[in-house]
Design a binder for this molecule. Structure first.
Ligand code: UDP
Ligand code: MG
Length: 322
């Protein structure tokens, strides 16, 4: 009889100051996956934590033979930490989730059953407004999804989370994408394939505090949109064109007023117009400048992350990753 080969799941978990959540999360995931017939590995990516997260990860990786850690050389941000973990995952399927128990582990079973039924990507989005979120978090989240849907070609459900399953073929494509800044939620939607979004209700953070302040969230939202789409440039070009057309229509009126001697000195209107167009020009320049900056950064070809240490086997150039 040919022994049946078990399919392998890689679960990638970014961690930033999560010392008290790791052991608990491992226990919860074990409880869920023990009931199944899959092999699984947990790949924790320590994104430059300042607490005892790394030691906790090392300790747990000695305790469980399927727990691995990747230590990044500093804090590179969640998306880049995820990319580091995804790049080193060897499973037939990769699942990404947060370390703080806000992504309920039991949902993994549901995701796996959709995967077995031919979906390549199963992602989740928050069902209701997150009952545990602070009001500024809700406001920035709403603004962000409105913004990204308006300003790019993809459509993301409100509250799309980094809790998702991806087939190996999607992961292999992701590994090829070499962008200086990555916005995974957008890129994954962009890849196409057979995708399914399922709603989930976020649980409360197990311990600790969410690490994103209002300004960090706002910056992240703007950066994600501009990283992902060039549409803001087209929109400001459109605004420029509209105002130019209006100005052309206005010139005959000015000329006629001058010739007929009806031109009146209008200080207030001149100042208002100058201020308005001055502001508009600066805004447009700022947007163009941001994109130029992104081209500049991309042209340097710096890696997305640097690995300081890991207990995974490295191949070739794995220590730095695009
Ligand atoms: N995280 C990370 N790097 C960061 C910030 C957060 O790897 O710079 C991880 C964090 O440890 C957690 C996940 O990303 O596993 C989500 O972060 P958090 O719970 O702080 O944010 P939320 O999405 O819940 O607001
Ligand atoms: Mg959280």
């Amino acid at each position: 009889m040919v022994p049946s080969v078990k399919k392998k799941i890689s679960i990638v978990i970014p961690t930033y100051n999560e010392e008290r959540n790791i052991a608990f999360l491992i226990g919860q995931i074990n409880e869920v996956l023990m009931q199944t017939d899959y092999n699984y590995e947990l790949i924790f990516v320590d994104d430059g934590s300042r607490d005892n997260t790394l030691n906790e990860l090392k300790f747990n990786s000695e305790l469980h033979r399927n727990v691995y850690y990747i230590e990044l050389s500093r804090n590179f941000g969640k998306d880049h930490a995820l990319k580091a973990g995804i790049s080193m995952a060897k499973g037939d399927v990769v699942i990404t989730m947060d370390a703080d128990m806000q992504h309920p582990p039991e949902m993994i079973l549901k995701m796996l059953s959709y995967w077995e039924n031919t979906y390549d990507i199963v992602y989740t989005y928050r069902q209701n407004a997150n009952p545990h979120a602070k009001s500024y978090q809700k406001a920035t989240s709403k603004m962000f999804y409105k913004g990204i849907n308006m300003l790019s070609d993809i459509k993301l459900e409100n509250g799309t989370a980094d809790f998702r399953l991806m087939d190996k073929k999607v992961v292999d494509q992701l590994k090829q994408i070499d962008e200086y800044e990555i916005f995974l939620r957008g890129i994954i939607k962009w890849t196409g394939y057979k995708q399914l979004g399922i709603p989930y209700t976020p649980s409360k953070r197990h311990t600790g505090e969410a690490s994103y302040s209002f300004f960090k969230l706002l910056k992240l939202a703007l950066r994600s949109i501009m990283t992902f789409s060039a549409r803001p440039l087209y929109i400001v070009s459109g605004i420029g064109l509209t105002f130019s057309a209006l100005a052309i229509l206005y010139i005959p009126y000015v000329l006629i007023s001058y010739v007929t001697g009806n031109a009146v000195t209008g200080w207030a209107s001149i100042i208002a117009t100058i201020a308005f167009f001055g502001g508009l020009q600066l805004l447009v320049l700022g947007i163009i400048g941001t994109y130029v900056g992104k081209i500049f950064m991309q042209s340097k070809n710096r890696p997305n992350y640097i690995i300081r240490s890991t207990n995974l086997t490295l191949v070739n150039n794995d220590l730095i990753g695009v």
